[in-house]
Each structure stands twice: as C-alpha cells, then as structure tokens.
Design a protein around this ligand. Structure first.
Ligand SMILES: C[S@@+](CC[C@H](N)C(=O)[O-])C[C@H]1O[C@@H](n2cnc3c(N)ncnc32)[C@H](O)[C@@H]1O
Length: 203
C-alpha cells in the first residue's frame, strides 16, 4: 500500500493534535467518558497516535481500542490499549460492541463517509454515543488549515450541517457543538420509537 504522510511523519501529527483540541472539547468528551459504565469499550477511530483517547486513558475500568490505517501512527501511541490496523469504511468488529466512539481530526480523510457512518451504526451499542471532532471550513482558520492539509493529503472536509444530515440519514440523531474554527458532531443511534413514531411518520 502507498505510504501516507501519517506513515512518514507520525511524530509531527501527534504533536499538532495535542494542541488542536480546545479545553471545552476535552470537557465535552470527558462527560461522555464519565457517563460510561465500567467495562464499556471505547473506540478511538482513526486514532493516529491515540489522541483523543490519551486524554482519558486512566479512567475507571474502561477498555480502549485504537484503530488506524497507519501502523506507524499506532506504534507511536504512548499507552497500552488494543491497537488495530484497519480501514474506517470496513471495520473489523462485531455488531453493537462500543459504548463510545471518538474520532478526532480524521473524518475529513475518509473517502467514503457514508460507509463509515453506516459502520459506526453497526458497531455502536443501541445506547452508545459518538463524538466526532472536525475542522469547520466555514471559518477563516479552518479554511487555511484545510488548504494546507490538501497539499499533503486527499481530503473531504464536510460542513457541520451536511454532516448532521448524513448522520441522520444513517440512523443517528446528532447535534453540532462549535469551538471557534472546530466543531464536533455528537450523536447516538435513533431509538426505534424515534425512527417510527406512533403517528407513523418517519422523521
Ligand atoms: C490527522 S490524523 C488524526 C489522528 C488522531 N485522531 C489525532 O487527533 O491526532 C488522521 C489519521 O487518520 C488515519 N486515517 C486516514 N484515513 C483512514 C481510514 N480510511 N481508516 C482509518 N484510518 C484512517 C490516518 O492514518 C491518520 O492517523
């Protein structure tokens, strides 16, 4: 397989990410992590070196799984979580196993974003949640970062509202949380009652 910039410079991306998440985002992720039961499993999707899960790795008895395309990024991960080399569009996991899925600064690298969302729907528990942290290209800083990223990578930045619609189309309810030039899409699977409300109209 062709080497990516992530295979070539895993250390650099680890350092960039460490400073890219604002405090408010860490707080929001922490409250999701804190709401989990002991023994739940957290997936850090396209984790690279393990950010954002590095922020929470010592929490309770939670188990963390890091998945990334790049073995070199996974090798740089500083903690002993399960590490899986894999592609977000075709995840090597059973159905309904994860209580929380984190995905930071990676969704814009996925070339088939609808398939990724369908995979998330398949592997998340019925009461699980996801937190996907992204760059908002409607902002000046976000646009500049996306242009720089474009020089080195194939990128598919998605606007917050379009992303929310994609999540709804693939069976989630989701909200957007903005942090200046970044945002998060936070969601959970639609309950059966939301998908098929008593009046028979699908939302
Ligand atoms: C900018 S890094 C972000 C890593 C980490 N989440 C962070 O916040 O530092 C993007 C990561 O996505 C991974 N990646 C890109 N496309 C992928 C795919 N289709 N499936 C899994 N991982 C992918 C890359 O190998 C890289 O490690």
């Amino acid at each position: 397989m062709k080497k990516t910039v992530f295979d070539l410079f895993p250390g650099f991306f680890g350092v960039f990410s460490r400073y890219a998440y604002p405090r408010a985002s860490k707080r929001d992720m922490k409250s999701l992590v804190d709401s989990l039961e002991r023994d739940e499993i957290v997936l850090d999707l396209a984790s690279g070196t393990g950010i954002p899960s590095t922020f929470f790795i010592n929490k309770k008895g939670l188990k963390f799984v890091l998945l990334d395309l790049s073995i070199n990024m996974l090798r740089k991960s500083p903690f002993a979580a399960s590490r899986v080399v894999g592609k977000a569009e075709n995840l090597p996991f059973k159905d309904k196993v994860f209580g929380l899925i984190l995905c930071g600064l990676s969704f814009h690298h996925f070339d088939d974003q609808e398939s990724v969302m369908k995979e998330l729907k398949r592997i998340i528990k019925p009461k699980g949640r996801f937190y996907i942290f992204e760059i908002d290209t409607n902002t000046t800083i976000g646009r500049v970062i996306s242009l720089i990223d474009r020089i080195f990578n194939r990128v598919f930045f998605i606007e917050p509202q379009k992303f929310r619609k994609l999540a709804e189309k693939t069976g989630f309810i989701a909200n957007i949380k903005r942090y200046d030039w970044r945002y998060a899409l936070i969601g959970e699977p639609k309950a059966l009652s939301q998908k098929f409300p008593p009046n028979g109209k699908e939302r």
